[in-house]
Ligand binder design. Structure first.
Ligand SMILES: Nc1ncnc2c1ncn2[C@@H]1O[C@H](COP(=O)(O)OP(=O)(O)O)[C@@H](O)[C@H]1O
Ligand SMILES: [Mg+2]
Length: 326
């Protein structure tokens, strides 16, 4: 994988002004994703996963202050006028969010919505776009796509709606697909089908994929590389195999321990004791310190641990990394 990144995020920080004060949603994150690669962002709710991809692609709320650098291929997105950024995003990036209805218009047929995306991004005629919509709906596994192209979103199940959204995302032939918890609302069987579908489309089209999830089971199934987020920062980043075999951050280990054991279905989840830090009041040192089972002295509380390599592609932000799968 020597290719240049499709998207590179450097020192991205997002601070959102709220009535209760500034919320530092993302604090200096660096990551990149290359063509054909799946990069997963994992972490508990509120850790800054969504905001980091929204801010990177120019979709942060107006009340957010975004600093850092974002490169889409060779173009620096940060600082570009909104309309140029919107055009670039339209041409290169497809989005799939958790709730398909945030992307679908309930009063338009699914075919019209996929066709509109083709007209807008590829400059197709209405007639050509309708044909392309049927092809795309077929490609994402909608049975009898030619007949269902004129159906409305409410006539589809949640999993089928998510397939329609994927077809819309593919309509612009993106080289980057951003999937933010796209299977979280789906049952496990449908979830597995959607994971397989995206993996298959990725192989065929060579897209870069950024997949956001709180589910390490999903990560194990699809990711090439993983970044674990906590309190707005990346606390560990590694290729998927070393991350699972030898997690170095106590938070990553806690997440792995909290996974349901497939050998004992129905067994209670081991929740990570304590709760995530308030983004209004983040500790000066390591954000995981109050919950950390291996925390040390006052240093953890007051000093931010730097991201430190444990192997060439594996970095961790803790003063107490664990050794080899311990
Ligand atoms: N529009 C917003 N206004 C204020 N705070 C926000 C907004 N969106 C997100 N946040 C805050 O930013 C932090 C990161 O949120 P988010 O990126 O959505 O987390 P995740 O996707 O990991 O669950 C959270 O503390 C969240 O409350
Ligand atoms: Mg989110």
């Amino acid at each position: 994988m020597t290719e240049r990144p499709v998207l590179a995020v450097e020192d991205l920080t997002v601070t959102i002004g709220t009535r209760r004060g500034p919320v530092r949603a993302v604090a200096g994150v660096d990551w990149q994703v290359r063509a054909g690669e799946t990069f997963a962002l994992v972490g508990e709710s509120g850790s800054g996963k969504s905001m980091s991809v929204l801010a990177a692609t120019g979709l942060a709320p107006r009340t957010a202050r975004v600093t850092g650098r974002v490169l889409l291929h060779d173009t620096e997105l940060t600082g570009l006028p909104d309309d140029r950024r919107r055009r670039l995003r339209g041409r290169h990036v497809g989005f799939v969010f958790q709730d398909p209805m945030t992307s679908l218009n309930p009063v338009l047929t699914v075919g019209r919505q996929v066709a509109e995306a083709c007209e807008e991004h590829l400059g197709m005629t209405r007639r050509a776009a309708r044909g392309r919509a049927v092809e795309l709906l077929d490609q994402v596994g909608i049975p009898s796509a030619g007949a269902r192209v004129d159906a409305y979103p409410h006539q589809f199940s949640g999993g089928m709606r998510q397939r329609v959204v994927i077809a819309m995302a593919l309509a612009c032939e993106p080289d980057l697909l951003i999937a933010d918890e796209p299977t979280t609302a789906l049952d496990v069987t449908t979830q597995a089908q959607i994971l397989e579908l995206v993996a298959d489309l990725q192989q065929r089209h060579g897209m870069a994929v950024v997949w956001i999830t709180h589910d390490l089971g999903v990560v194990a199934g699809i990711a090439d590389r993983v970044a674990v987020m906590y309190g707005g920062r990346i606390v560990e980043q590694a290729p998927v195999d070393p991350l699972f075999a030898a997690p170095a951050h106590p938070y990553t280990r806690a997440l792995l321990d909290a996974r349901p054991d497939p050998a004992h279905p129905g067994e209670d989840l081991v929740a990570i004791p304590g709760s995530p830090p308030s983004p209004l009041d983040l500790p000066a040192g390591c954000a995981f310190w109050p919950r950390c089972p291996v925390r040390g002295d006052a240093r953890c509380e007051h000093e931010l641990p730097p991201l430190t390599p444990v192997s060439p592609e594996h970095v961790v932000r803790t003063f107490y990394p664990s050794r080899e799968g311990a």
